[in-house]
Write a protein that binds this ligand. Structure first.
Ligand code: ADP
Length: 150
């Protein structure tokens, strides 16, 4: 018998859950894509958040459902407005890495009041390659795994 309380054991399990175990495939669009194409991609790929990349595949922005809804309320022609006009852009993006803890991602989602984070990799420390996506749904899956003691 370890003498550890149920609370301690649960805390230990929580501290073992990492992004790489729960991340999903990222869905990206180019910054030159139109708002119209981004809306189509969001429906076709069945995601709530799109990551925007530049010509060299580096992360430059994020598009949420409401970003696209807001853009659709305007009088602009959606086929001609590029997403880089309406996206949330670097350096205001909240990101994470595959070895980060799920609990730290959960804290960031709550603190920033957002639904998803891009999982990134950086070879030079200035540009970020998108390698995954972690959302509230992935965090919910982690919670269920904890309850099932996996
Ligand atoms: P929605 O806007 O559909 O409710 P979110 O709550 O995820 O979805 O997004 C709220 C705002 O925060 C949007 O303007 C979006 O561009 C921005 N946003 C979403 N994810 C991030 C992130 N990881 N880092 C910075 N901003 C983000």
């Amino acid at each position: 018998y370890t003498g550890k309380s149920g609370k301690q054991l649960l805390a230990e399990k929580v501290m073992k859950l990492t992004v790489k175990q729960y991340q999903s495939i990222p869905v990206v669009v180019k910054e030159s894509s139109s708002v119209y194409d981004a809306i189509c991609t969001m429906f076709l790929e069945d995601v709530g958040t799109l990551f925007v990349v530049d010509e060299s595949s580096s992360l430059v922005g994020i598009l949420s459902r409401k970003d696209l809804l807001r853009a659709s309320l305007g009088k602009q022609v959606l086929e001609t407005v590029p997403v880089n006009i309406i996206m949330t852009r670097m350096p205001n993006l909240t990101i994470c890495y595959k070895d980060d803890l799920i609990i730290d991602v959960a804290k960031k989602l709550i603190e920033k009041q957002i639904d998803a984070l891009p999982v990134v990799k950086s070879s030079d420390g200035t540009s970020y390659e998108v390698v995954g996506r972690i959302t509230k749904t992935n965090i919910t899956k982690a919670l269920v795994d904890l309850a099932n003691d996996e």
